[in-house]
Ligand binder design. Sequence first.
Ligand SMILES: Cc1cc2nc3c(=O)[nH]c(=O)nc-3n(C[C@H](O)[C@H](O)[C@H](O)COP(=O)(O)O)c2cc1C
Length: 355
Amino acid sequence: MYRFLFTQLLSRIDPEDAHHLTVGALRLLSTAPVVKKAVHRRLAPRDPALRVQAFGVHFPGPFGLAAGFDKDAGCVEAMSALGFGHVEVGTITAHAQPGNARPRLFRLPRERAVINRMGFNNAGAGAAARALGRTRGVPAVVGVNIGKTKVVPEAEAAADYVASAKELAPLADYLVVNVSSPNTPGLRNLQAVELLRPLLSAVKEVADGTPKRTPLLVKIAPDLADEDVDAVADLTLELGLDGIIATNTTIGREGVSSTEAGGLSGRPLKARSLAVLRRLRARVGDRLTLVSVGGVEDVDDVWERLLAGATLVQGYTGLIYHGPLWAYRIHRGLARRMRRHGVSDLREIVGRTAG
Ligand SMILES: Cc1cc2nc3c(=O)[nH]c(=O)nc-3n(C[C@H](O)[C@H](O)[C@H](O)COP(=O)(O)O)c2cc1C
Protein backbone atom coordinates (compact mmCIF):
# COMPACT_ATOMS: atom_id res chain seq x y z
CA MET A 1 0.00 0.00 0.00
CA TYR A 2 2.71 2.50 1.04
CA ARG A 3 4.90 1.35 -1.87
CA PHE A 4 2.02 2.20 -4.22
CA LEU A 5 1.44 5.58 -2.56
CA PHE A 6 5.18 6.29 -2.66
CA THR A 7 5.72 5.40 -6.32
CA GLN A 8 2.47 6.91 -7.58
CA LEU A 9 2.30 10.07 -5.51
CA LEU A 10 5.00 10.92 -2.96
CA SER A 11 8.01 10.20 -5.22
CA ARG A 12 6.53 12.48 -7.90
CA ILE A 13 6.29 15.56 -5.73
CA ASP A 14 9.13 17.62 -4.38
CA PRO A 15 10.61 15.80 -1.33
CA GLU A 16 10.17 18.76 0.98
CA ASP A 17 6.56 19.31 -0.12
CA ALA A 18 5.95 15.60 0.53
CA HIS A 19 7.46 16.04 3.99
CA HIS A 20 5.25 19.04 4.80
CA LEU A 21 2.20 17.14 3.51
CA THR A 22 3.05 14.24 5.80
CA VAL A 23 3.74 16.42 8.85
CA GLY A 24 0.48 18.30 8.19
CA ALA A 25 -1.46 15.02 8.15
CA LEU A 26 0.27 13.91 11.35
CA ARG A 27 -0.54 17.20 13.09
CA LEU A 28 -4.14 16.67 12.11
CA LEU A 29 -3.98 13.23 13.67
CA SER A 30 -2.60 14.85 16.82
CA THR A 31 -5.70 17.05 17.07
CA ALA A 32 -8.09 14.08 16.94
CA PRO A 33 -7.75 12.44 20.37
CA VAL A 34 -10.00 9.46 19.65
CA VAL A 35 -8.17 8.49 16.46
CA LYS A 36 -4.79 9.15 18.03
CA LYS A 37 -5.55 6.91 20.98
CA ALA A 38 -6.95 4.19 18.72
CA VAL A 39 -3.82 4.25 16.54
CA HIS A 40 -1.63 4.19 19.63
CA ARG A 41 -3.51 1.18 21.01
CA ARG A 42 -3.00 -0.65 17.73
CA LEU A 43 0.58 0.28 16.78
CA ALA A 44 2.58 1.35 19.83
CA PRO A 45 4.87 -1.31 21.33
CA ARG A 46 3.15 -3.02 24.24
CA ASP A 47 5.09 -6.27 24.57
CA PRO A 48 6.80 -6.08 27.99
CA ALA A 49 9.85 -7.83 26.54
CA LEU A 50 10.55 -4.76 24.39
CA ARG A 51 10.73 -2.35 27.31
CA VAL A 52 14.02 -0.60 27.85
CA GLN A 53 15.31 1.51 30.67
CA ALA A 54 18.08 3.94 29.87
CA PHE A 55 19.46 6.83 31.96
CA GLY A 56 16.47 6.49 34.27
CA VAL A 57 13.88 6.84 31.51
CA HIS A 58 11.44 4.05 30.57
CA PHE A 59 11.04 3.41 26.84
CA PRO A 60 8.22 1.13 25.57
CA GLY A 61 10.56 -0.19 22.84
CA PRO A 62 14.17 0.42 21.75
CA PHE A 63 13.46 1.92 18.31
CA GLY A 64 12.84 5.66 18.05
CA LEU A 65 12.53 8.44 15.52
CA ALA A 66 15.80 10.30 14.86
CA ALA A 67 16.06 14.09 14.93
CA GLY A 68 15.15 16.12 11.85
CA PHE A 69 11.69 14.78 11.07
CA ASP A 70 9.78 16.67 13.75
CA LYS A 71 11.82 19.86 13.80
CA ASP A 72 9.25 21.92 15.73
CA ALA A 73 7.83 19.24 18.03
CA GLY A 74 4.44 19.33 16.30
CA CYS A 75 3.79 15.62 15.88
CA VAL A 76 5.32 13.91 18.88
CA GLU A 77 2.09 12.18 19.84
CA ALA A 78 1.32 11.05 16.30
CA MET A 79 4.77 9.50 15.86
CA SER A 80 4.52 7.83 19.22
CA ALA A 81 1.09 6.48 18.24
CA LEU A 82 2.63 5.08 15.05
CA GLY A 83 4.94 2.93 17.13
CA PHE A 84 8.15 4.85 17.73
CA GLY A 85 9.45 4.12 21.23
CA HIS A 86 10.70 7.68 21.48
CA VAL A 87 10.65 10.80 19.35
CA GLU A 88 13.68 13.06 19.16
CA VAL A 89 12.49 16.53 18.15
CA GLY A 90 14.65 19.25 16.58
CA THR A 91 17.25 20.29 15.92
CA ILE A 92 15.93 23.35 17.72
CA THR A 93 17.96 26.56 17.92
CA ALA A 94 17.60 29.41 20.42
CA HIS A 95 16.38 31.73 17.68
CA ALA A 96 13.95 30.92 14.87
CA GLN A 97 15.65 30.62 11.49
CA PRO A 98 14.59 29.75 7.93
CA GLY A 99 17.37 27.28 7.07
CA ASN A 100 19.03 27.10 3.67
CA ALA A 101 17.45 27.96 0.32
CA ARG A 102 15.32 25.30 -1.36
CA PRO A 103 15.78 22.82 -2.89
CA ARG A 104 17.56 21.32 0.11
CA LEU A 105 16.23 17.77 0.35
CA PHE A 106 16.98 15.11 -2.28
CA ARG A 107 15.84 11.50 -2.53
CA LEU A 108 18.19 8.84 -3.91
CA PRO A 109 15.71 5.95 -4.26
CA ARG A 110 18.07 3.53 -5.96
CA GLU A 111 20.50 3.85 -3.06
CA ARG A 112 17.70 4.01 -0.44
CA ALA A 113 19.30 7.26 0.69
CA VAL A 114 18.62 10.94 1.14
CA ILE A 115 20.83 14.03 0.94
CA ASN A 116 19.71 17.07 2.93
CA ARG A 117 21.08 20.54 3.54
CA MET A 118 18.10 21.86 5.48
CA GLY A 119 20.27 24.00 7.80
CA PHE A 120 18.21 23.76 11.01
CA ASN A 121 15.04 25.39 9.71
CA ASN A 122 12.92 25.76 12.84
CA ALA A 123 10.66 28.12 14.73
CA GLY A 124 13.04 28.51 17.68
CA ALA A 125 13.19 27.25 21.26
CA GLY A 126 10.27 29.33 22.53
CA ALA A 127 7.86 27.96 19.93
CA ALA A 128 9.08 24.40 20.54
CA ALA A 129 8.56 24.84 24.28
CA ARG A 130 4.98 25.94 23.65
CA ALA A 131 4.39 22.95 21.35
CA LEU A 132 5.82 20.55 23.93
CA GLY A 133 3.84 22.16 26.72
CA ARG A 134 0.51 21.29 25.11
CA THR A 135 -1.28 18.49 26.89
CA ARG A 136 -0.39 15.01 25.81
CA GLY A 137 -3.17 12.58 24.99
CA VAL A 138 -0.96 9.54 24.43
CA PRO A 139 2.24 8.60 26.24
CA ALA A 140 5.40 9.65 24.44
CA VAL A 141 9.08 9.69 25.33
CA VAL A 142 10.55 12.92 23.99
CA GLY A 143 14.18 13.71 23.32
CA VAL A 144 15.02 17.33 22.55
CA ASN A 145 17.93 17.93 20.19
CA ILE A 146 19.46 21.43 20.31
CA GLY A 147 21.89 23.15 17.97
CA LYS A 148 23.58 26.48 17.33
CA THR A 149 21.71 29.38 15.75
CA LYS A 150 23.44 30.02 12.42
CA VAL A 151 24.18 33.75 12.92
CA VAL A 152 25.71 33.22 16.37
CA PRO A 153 29.54 33.19 16.16
CA GLU A 154 31.46 30.16 17.38
CA ALA A 155 32.81 32.10 20.39
CA GLU A 156 29.22 32.58 21.67
CA ALA A 157 28.05 29.06 20.84
CA ALA A 158 27.88 27.86 24.45
CA ALA A 159 25.59 30.73 25.51
CA ASP A 160 23.33 30.00 22.54
CA TYR A 161 23.01 26.29 23.44
CA VAL A 162 22.47 27.23 27.09
CA ALA A 163 19.57 29.52 26.10
CA SER A 164 17.87 26.60 24.30
CA ALA A 165 18.63 24.23 27.15
CA LYS A 166 17.07 26.55 29.74
CA GLU A 167 13.89 26.71 27.71
CA LEU A 168 13.68 23.03 26.78
CA ALA A 169 15.48 20.82 29.31
CA PRO A 170 12.56 20.93 31.78
CA LEU A 171 10.24 19.62 29.04
CA ALA A 172 12.51 16.85 27.75
CA ASP A 173 12.91 13.23 28.79
CA TYR A 174 16.46 13.63 27.54
CA LEU A 175 18.44 16.45 25.94
CA VAL A 176 20.91 16.16 23.03
CA VAL A 177 23.70 18.54 22.11
CA ASN A 178 24.01 18.34 18.35
CA VAL A 179 27.48 19.31 17.16
CA SER A 180 27.47 17.11 14.09
CA SER A 181 25.18 18.44 11.37
CA PRO A 182 27.12 19.32 8.22
CA ASN A 183 24.76 22.13 7.20
CA THR A 184 25.58 24.86 9.72
CA PRO A 185 28.99 26.30 8.83
CA GLY A 186 31.59 25.53 11.51
CA LEU A 187 29.22 23.48 13.69
CA ARG A 188 31.23 20.29 13.50
CA ASN A 189 34.36 22.14 14.72
CA LEU A 190 32.63 22.11 18.10
CA GLN A 191 33.39 18.39 18.29
CA ALA A 192 37.03 19.23 18.99
CA VAL A 193 37.53 18.44 22.65
CA GLU A 194 38.86 21.88 23.62
CA LEU A 195 35.66 23.52 22.29
CA LEU A 196 33.35 20.69 23.28
CA ARG A 197 34.38 20.60 26.95
CA PRO A 198 33.15 24.12 27.88
CA LEU A 199 30.05 23.71 25.73
CA LEU A 200 28.96 20.39 27.26
CA SER A 201 29.84 21.56 30.77
CA ALA A 202 27.65 24.63 30.40
CA VAL A 203 24.67 22.70 29.02
CA LYS A 204 25.11 20.00 31.66
CA GLU A 205 24.80 22.55 34.41
CA VAL A 206 21.40 23.54 33.02
CA ALA A 207 20.27 19.92 32.52
CA ASP A 208 21.37 19.00 36.05
CA GLY A 209 19.43 21.95 37.42
CA THR A 210 15.97 20.82 36.31
CA PRO A 211 13.73 19.28 39.00
CA LYS A 212 14.15 15.77 37.60
CA ARG A 213 17.75 16.20 36.31
CA THR A 214 17.42 15.86 32.57
CA PRO A 215 19.74 13.23 31.03
CA LEU A 216 22.22 14.72 28.55
CA LEU A 217 23.68 13.12 25.42
CA VAL A 218 25.91 14.35 22.60
CA LYS A 219 25.35 13.51 18.93
CA ILE A 220 28.43 12.96 16.78
CA ALA A 221 29.30 12.79 13.09
CA PRO A 222 30.32 9.63 11.23
CA ASP A 223 33.14 11.59 9.61
CA LEU A 224 35.22 11.93 12.78
CA ALA A 225 38.56 10.13 12.68
CA ASP A 226 38.63 7.10 14.98
CA GLU A 227 40.89 8.88 17.48
CA ASP A 228 38.44 11.77 17.64
CA VAL A 229 35.58 9.34 18.32
CA ASP A 230 37.66 8.04 21.24
CA ALA A 231 38.39 11.58 22.44
CA VAL A 232 34.70 12.53 22.48
CA ALA A 233 33.89 9.27 24.27
CA ASP A 234 36.52 9.98 26.94
CA LEU A 235 35.24 13.54 27.39
CA THR A 236 31.63 12.33 27.65
CA LEU A 237 32.69 9.99 30.47
CA GLU A 238 34.83 12.62 32.15
CA LEU A 239 31.98 15.13 32.25
CA GLY A 240 29.45 12.58 33.45
CA LEU A 241 27.09 12.79 30.48
CA ASP A 242 24.58 10.00 30.00
CA GLY A 243 25.34 8.86 26.48
CA ILE A 244 26.30 9.36 22.86
CA ILE A 245 24.14 9.32 19.75
CA ALA A 246 26.07 8.03 16.74
CA THR A 247 25.75 9.06 14.04
CA ASN A 248 24.52 12.11 12.16
CA THR A 249 24.61 12.26 8.34
CA THR A 250 27.90 12.01 6.43
CA ILE A 251 29.58 14.39 4.04
CA GLY A 252 31.08 11.31 2.35
CA ARG A 253 29.63 10.14 -0.96
CA GLU A 254 30.75 6.52 -1.01
CA GLY A 255 28.29 4.33 -2.88
CA VAL A 256 26.19 7.15 -4.32
CA SER A 257 26.27 8.96 -7.63
CA SER A 258 24.79 12.29 -6.51
CA THR A 259 27.11 15.18 -5.80
CA GLU A 260 24.51 17.42 -4.15
CA ALA A 261 25.96 19.23 -1.13
CA GLY A 262 24.67 18.26 2.30
CA GLY A 263 24.48 15.29 4.63
CA LEU A 264 23.93 11.79 3.28
CA SER A 265 21.70 9.37 5.21
CA GLY A 266 20.18 5.96 4.70
CA ARG A 267 21.68 2.72 3.43
CA PRO A 268 25.11 4.10 2.34
CA LEU A 269 25.68 5.25 5.94
CA LYS A 270 25.00 1.85 7.48
CA ALA A 271 28.53 0.43 7.60
CA ARG A 272 30.20 3.55 9.00
CA SER A 273 27.49 4.12 11.58
CA LEU A 274 27.90 0.54 12.81
CA ALA A 275 31.69 0.91 12.85
CA VAL A 276 31.44 4.04 15.02
CA LEU A 277 29.11 2.20 17.39
CA ARG A 278 31.58 -0.67 17.72
CA ARG A 279 34.42 1.77 18.33
CA LEU A 280 32.44 3.54 21.05
CA ARG A 281 31.43 0.32 22.75
CA ALA A 282 35.03 -0.88 22.77
CA ARG A 283 36.03 2.41 24.40
CA VAL A 284 33.29 2.91 27.01
CA GLY A 285 31.77 -0.56 27.53
CA ASP A 286 28.47 -0.17 29.35
CA ARG A 287 29.45 3.01 31.20
CA LEU A 288 27.47 5.17 28.74
CA THR A 289 24.19 4.64 26.94
CA LEU A 290 24.90 4.31 23.22
CA VAL A 291 22.18 5.26 20.76
CA SER A 292 22.85 3.99 17.26
CA VAL A 293 21.47 5.75 14.17
CA GLY A 294 22.41 5.65 10.50
CA GLY A 295 21.18 3.36 7.75
CA VAL A 296 18.88 1.26 9.89
CA GLU A 297 16.26 -0.28 7.60
CA ASP A 298 14.80 -3.36 9.24
CA VAL A 299 14.75 -5.63 12.25
CA ASP A 300 18.05 -7.27 11.20
CA ASP A 301 19.76 -3.90 11.45
CA VAL A 302 18.21 -3.13 14.84
CA TRP A 303 19.23 -6.56 16.15
CA GLU A 304 22.79 -6.03 14.92
CA ARG A 305 23.03 -2.61 16.63
CA LEU A 306 21.75 -4.02 19.92
CA LEU A 307 24.27 -6.86 19.78
CA ALA A 308 27.02 -4.34 19.01
CA GLY A 309 26.22 -2.37 22.17
CA ALA A 310 23.39 0.07 21.44
CA THR A 311 20.69 0.31 24.10
CA LEU A 312 18.50 2.43 21.82
CA VAL A 313 18.34 2.61 18.02
CA GLN A 314 16.93 5.37 15.83
CA GLY A 315 16.05 5.93 12.19
CA TYR A 316 14.72 8.57 9.84
CA THR A 317 15.45 7.83 6.16
CA GLY A 318 13.82 4.40 6.39
CA LEU A 319 10.54 6.11 7.20
CA ILE A 320 10.59 7.77 3.78
CA TYR A 321 11.02 4.45 1.97
CA HIS A 322 9.07 2.11 4.25
CA GLY A 323 6.17 4.32 5.30
CA PRO A 324 4.16 4.91 8.45
CA LEU A 325 4.07 1.30 9.67
CA TRP A 326 7.86 1.07 9.72
CA ALA A 327 8.38 1.40 13.48
CA TYR A 328 5.43 -0.85 14.29
CA ARG A 329 6.82 -3.59 12.03
CA ILE A 330 10.32 -3.29 13.47
CA HIS A 331 9.08 -3.66 17.06
CA ARG A 332 6.79 -6.55 16.08
CA GLY A 333 9.66 -8.32 14.30
CA LEU A 334 11.98 -7.71 17.21
CA ALA A 335 9.55 -9.20 19.72
CA ARG A 336 9.19 -12.30 17.52
CA ARG A 337 12.92 -12.68 17.16
CA MET A 338 13.42 -12.35 20.92
CA ARG A 339 10.92 -15.14 21.50
CA ARG A 340 12.65 -17.31 18.89
CA HIS A 341 15.99 -16.81 20.61
CA GLY A 342 14.56 -17.29 24.10
CA VAL A 343 15.39 -13.69 25.05
CA SER A 344 12.97 -12.14 27.53
CA ASP A 345 14.81 -8.88 28.23
CA LEU A 346 16.82 -6.81 25.76
CA ARG A 347 19.56 -6.36 28.36
CA GLU A 348 20.46 -10.00 27.69
CA ILE A 349 21.65 -9.14 24.16
CA VAL A 350 22.96 -5.55 24.30
CA GLY A 351 26.67 -5.67 23.58
CA ARG A 352 26.81 -9.45 23.15
CA THR A 353 28.92 -9.29 19.98
CA ALA A 354 31.01 -6.35 21.17
CA GLY A 355 34.72 -7.01 21.26
C1 LIG B 1 15.98 15.43 6.10
C2 LIG B 1 16.84 15.18 7.30
C3 LIG B 1 16.97 16.16 8.27
C4 LIG B 1 17.75 15.92 9.40
N1 LIG B 1 17.84 16.88 10.35
C5 LIG B 1 18.54 16.64 11.49
C6 LIG B 1 18.59 17.59 12.53
O1 LIG B 1 17.97 18.65 12.46
N2 LIG B 1 19.33 17.29 13.63
C7 LIG B 1 20.01 16.10 13.76
O2 LIG B 1 20.66 15.88 14.80
N3 LIG B 1 19.97 15.18 12.79
C8 LIG B 1 19.26 15.42 11.67
N4 LIG B 1 19.21 14.47 10.68
C9 LIG B 1 20.03 13.24 10.83
C10 LIG B 1 19.23 12.08 11.40
O3 LIG B 1 18.76 12.34 12.69
C11 LIG B 1 20.10 10.81 11.43
O4 LIG B 1 21.17 11.01 12.32
C12 LIG B 1 20.67 10.46 10.06
O5 LIG B 1 19.74 10.74 9.04
C13 LIG B 1 21.07 8.98 9.96
O6 LIG B 1 19.94 8.15 10.15
P1 LIG B 1 19.09 7.49 8.94
O7 LIG B 1 20.09 6.87 8.00
O8 LIG B 1 18.18 6.53 9.60
O9 LIG B 1 18.35 8.62 8.30
C14 LIG B 1 18.43 14.69 9.54
C15 LIG B 1 18.29 13.70 8.56
C16 LIG B 1 17.51 13.93 7.46
C17 LIG B 1 17.37 12.85 6.41
